[in-house]
Design a protein around this ligand. Structure first.
Ligand SMILES: [Zn+2]
Length: 92
């Protein structure tokens, strides 16, 4: 994995300062059935390749960011402030 993560708030920081919290998934609508919520909360895929994850800058600014990376090569394609979201054209 890359040893430096570019936090949108703190600039390049060691990866040890962050905690990976999970894939960015499309959230079901509030009135979705129980099966949709079960899939969203508990039955997550573990994708190989390029995808997005929520990361928490635990030992830094303590803000949430979105990291787009390849889980096979660990190449990082971009980091975004999670409060602002990632550019829609890149959502996978
Ligand atoms: Zn930060």
């Amino acid at each position: 994995m890359a040893s430096l993560i570019n936090c949108p708030h703190c600039s390049a920081r060691p990866a040890d300062e962050f905690t990976i919290k999970g894939a960015v998934l499309k959230r079901p609508k509030a009135d979705a059935n129980a099966e949709a919520w079960m899939d969203y909360v508990y039955l997550r895929n573990n994708p190989r390749g390029r995808h997005r994850e929520y990361w928490h800058h635990t030992s830094g600014c303590r803000r949430w960011i979105i990291v787009e990376r390849d889980t096979a090569t660990h190449e990082i394609f971009g980091t975004f402030d999670a409060a602002l979201g990632a550019p829609a054209e890149v959502i996978l």
